[in-house]
Design a protein around this ligand. Structure first.
Ligand SMILES: CC(C)(COP(=O)(O)OP(=O)(O)OC[C@H]1O[C@@H](n2cnc3c(N)ncnc32)[C@H](O)[C@@H]1OP(=O)(O)O)[C@@H](O)C(=O)NCCC(=O)NCCS
Length: 243
């Protein structure tokens, strides 16, 4: 995995106003990862050798293309915040694989599901984001195993027609939380509880024995459930489409 630094520390990110990120702000970008062959080639040319090698390990072209699109657009967005060429950005990785920028105030997290990718950005404080394509059905055994007792009880109390949506809402919120620290699925999903209500408001949650965590669902696409999580106070959230 690559190590090294993007351009040197620049805690006050200065660039076009769309990419000015202040303390206590969350910027969310969402995009479709369906791209043309021409776009794929352009994005591929911005990837690092390890990313190209990873792209080439995908067995199915659609998976390769989605990875190139999601990683290539990540590079473009990060490049816009840092005002650097996307090609020169070097990602470092946490022990469990969370990419980050060493010696940078800019923090980010990425999630993708089928045709969509989402990116969350903050300054200094880590963030987690998740997107899940809402399926018509869900596996009740998965809910029973990975949801907390109260989450499972609330899900099961809903009319059948509302349950799948709620399942993916809960899943995206839980995954956003475990992605903040980079622990991922090493963290027991059933050991904490997120609100199950259908709300796009910022919700306070207890996580890892601490209050002060914030969780917010947002709409990147009507057929997907998305959420971000952070432990910092949030004064402003911008949710935009990356084109
Ligand atoms: C992080 C994790 C929950 C993501 O699950 P997922 O639903 O498959 O994927 P998502 O689309 O939501 O997120 C994937 C993106 O999150 C980021 N990511 C990868 N690992 C991450 C981690 N540990 N924490 C937070 N974000 C992570 C990456 O940007 C990744 O996208 P990329 O592969 O295109 O670069 C899951 O992969 C996990 O638990 N990883 C940890 C694995 C681990 O413990 N490895 C031990 C190695 S020693």
């Amino acid at each position: 995995m690559s190590t090294v630094v993007c351009n040197k520390v620049n805690p006050v990110i200065q660039s076009s106003s769309e990419f000015v990120l202040d303390q206590h702000e969350v910027h969310i970008w969402y995009t479709s990862v369906i791209i043309s062959v021409e776009q794929e080639n352009i994005l591929l040319s911005a990837l690092s050798p390890d990313e190209v090698a990873r792209a080439n390990r995908f067995r199915f072209p659609i998976h390769r293309q989605r990875f190139i699109a999601a990683r290539g657009m990540l590079r473009n967005i990060v490049g816009a915040y840092l005002e650097v060429d996307p090609k020169v950005i070097m990602f470092d990785y946490s022990p469990r694989g969370k990419p980050y920028l060493r010696e940078q105030a800019l923090q980010f997290n990425v999630s993708h599901s089928q045709d969509m990718a989402v990116y969350a950005f903050t300054l200094d404080q880590p963030i987690g984001v998740d997107i899940e394509k809402t399926q018509e059905k869900y596996d009740d055994a998965v809910a029973a195993r990975f949801f907390s007792e109260s989450e499972y009880r609330e899900l099961s109390a809903l009319p059948q027609s509302e349950r799948a949506l709620c399942f993916y809402r809960i899943w995206s919120r839980k995954e956003a939380l475990i992605k903040v620290s980079g622990e991922g699925f090493a963290f027991a999903l059933s050991s904490f509880t997120v609100p199950t209500i259908d709300s796009l408001e910022t919700l306070a949650v207890n996580f890892q024995g601490e209050s002060g965590w914030l969780l917010r669902s947002f709409v990147a696409h009507p057929e997907y459930q998305s959420a971000f999580a952070t432990q910092q106070t949030i004064e402003k959230t911008l949710i935009r489409e990356w084109k």
